[in-house]
Design a protein around this ligand. Structure first.
Ligand code: NAD
Length: 260
């Protein structure tokens, strides 16, 4: 158990973020949820998780493209729950397009949500962690933080940026009881992947079935999707005492993709 620590998980209203928030709460952590979606559904999920785990579960609707809202997310968490011990930077979006047709606003949006938001959360959370001499920063990167695929210039740039930032801040905080790591999943069956199957089919001129078999799972030697619960379990491990000397690491969960 990771008793009575306080975590913020960005983008935790669905997919991987939701599973990591649940895994942390089940292991003793108070959690602030964040992300978009139907507000009644979000409240239903928040209160169900609070009842099931007996932890305090709050929701903050900060838009991860807005630095002042991110600052408020961190500072209001500290004032309501006493501190900020764990930051999970997970919010992310994808856009698939040839570079010549890549909309500039999509580039700006992906860099803001997938990369800059993590800079802002970490910047505001590290002072609390240094005071407590304990902190865990987990950046949800991707296999695309280590290798590239075509038609994903903004996503791959943002995720490679996350890898560099993870290493740099890990060095800065290495003697303060703070660890900074990046989890690098291969393909995980969430809304983010479901939504890009059609776009990839169109861009490559192939069927959606071909995208799943010959593009998505072709990259992963295990021929298995990584599951959200597996990622939740790694997140909990990194927050446990066993993870205390793992810092600056890129941790692939990609069925062998980046071993090739
Ligand atoms: P998802 O679409 O299910 O979840 C994305 C979350 O981010 C949602 O909660 C959404 O509301 C939130 N979000 C989007 N824009 C936001 C904004 N401006 N402000 C606040 N929240 C915002 O996707 P997912 O697959 O669970 O992805 C989560 C993370 O995992 C992303 O960083 C993604 O790049 C990464 N990842 C996903 C896969 C995969 O195959 N699904 C693989 C590797 C890495």
């Amino acid at each position: 158990m990771i008793t009575d620590k306080v975590a913020i998980v960005t983008g935790s209203t669905s997919g991987i973020g939701q599973a990591m928030a649940r895994a942390l709460a089940e292991n003793g952590v108070h959690v602030v949820l964040n992300g978009f979606g139907d507000i009644d559904q979000i409240e239903q999920d928040r209160s169900a998780l609070e009842k099931e785990t007996g932890r305090t579960i709050l929701y903050h609707g900060a838009d991860m493209t807005r630095p002042e809202e991110i600052e408020d997310l961190v500072k209001s968490t500290a004032s309501k729950l006493g501190s900020v011990d764990i930051i999970v930077n997970n919010a992310g979006v994808q856009y698939v397009s040839k570079i010549e047709e890549f909309p500039t606003e999509k580039w700006d949006q992906i860099i803001a949500i997938n990369l800059s938001s993590a800079f802002h959360t970490i910047k505001h959370a590290v002072p609390y962690m240094r005071t407590n001499k304990w902190g865990r920063i987990i950046n949800l990167a991707s296999a695309h933080a280590l290798v590239a695929s075509p038609f994903k210039s903004a996503y791959v740039a943002a995720k490679h940026g996350i890898a560099g930032m993870t290493k740099s801040i890990a060095l800065e905080t290495a003697q303060d009881g703070i660890t900074v790591n990046a989890i690098c999943p291969g393909y995980v069956k969430t809304a983010l992947v479901e939504n890009q199957i059609g776009d990839t089919a169109k861009t490559r001129g192939i069927s959606e079935e071909d995208v799943i078999n010959n593009v998505i799972l072709a990259a992963q030697p295990s021929k298995q999707f990584t599951t959200v619960d597996q990622i939740g379990a790694l997140c909990v491990f990194l927050c446990s005492d066993a993870g205390a000397n793992i810092t600056g690491s890129m941790l692939p969960m990609d069925g062998g993709w980046t071993a090739q």
